[in-house]
Write a protein that binds this ligand. Sequence first.
Ligand code: B1M
Length: 214
Amino acid sequence: MSEILSAISTAIIEGNLDDIVELTEDALDEGLDAQEILNKGLMPGMDYVGVEFKAGNMFVPEVLRSARAMQASMNLLRPLLIEGGVKMIGKVLLGTVKGDLHDIGKNLVGMMCEGAGFEVKDLGKDVAPDAFVEAVKEFDPDIVGMSALLTTTMRSMEHTIKALEEAGVRDRVRVMIGGAPVTQSFADQIGADGYASNAAAAAEMAKKLVGSAQ
Ligand code: B1M
């Protein structure tokens, strides 16, 4: 890994807001690709944070600082990731499900979908099934994308699909789900149309769901 990408990972791990902004700008000035900075700088840093949090070596305030640093860098990378996007190929409605406050991965999925040429409406986090239903009626998306990071909130995905059925709008959309604890078998079990394990795969799946995959 290049020195600057390694420094970016470290700034994420340390939750260093000042450094991360400067380092991201330096990396871009050096000619590094936004995607490379994301995949080889930010993501490895956040992965390390996840491992350390799980091992009890990092605590919530530290993890939050890392998350804020990641968002600050993403604010610089986002326009570049979606820049030069091709013509709109569909609409994606995105949200982290009810009871779940994790939105970093969902935001990445949104960026990748934008980059792939989708118009994305992001409902944010802790989104109730009814809010998904209302947004489907208003925004008329091709795809409803749901993210969950907690085993306890995965069920909200199933509740949302049921709510879409009860409102009579399930047939109007394809449902795509993802998030660390989510699996293909869970997607099959709750009747989702697609599952993706990461943001790049989510953009590919979205294209497949609207019939635009190459
Ligand atoms: Co929380 N947290 N957290 N957390 N947190 C996890 C998820 C956990 C695995 C940590 C651990 O114990 N090892 C664990 C869940 C255990 C479980 O249920 N299996 C956990 C817990 C327990 C909790 C709390 C309960 C802690 C507490 O308060 N005691 C609490 C719950 C709050 C709530 O939601 N109600 C909590 C809170 C938080 C913070 C607020 C401090 C913070 C979130 C900040 C934010 O998101 N704004 C946080 C964080 C940062 C994490 C970890 C460390 C990192 C998550 C992350 O952002 N990863 C996480 C540990 C880990 O995952 N290693 C952990 C980076 C992100 C890029 O990856 O989100 O997986 P990810 O997204 C990927 C893929 O999953 C996929 O693509 C993304 C990009 O490649 N993907 C999709 C995601 N959504 C998709 C949707 C798609 C397709 C693909 O289609 C639509």
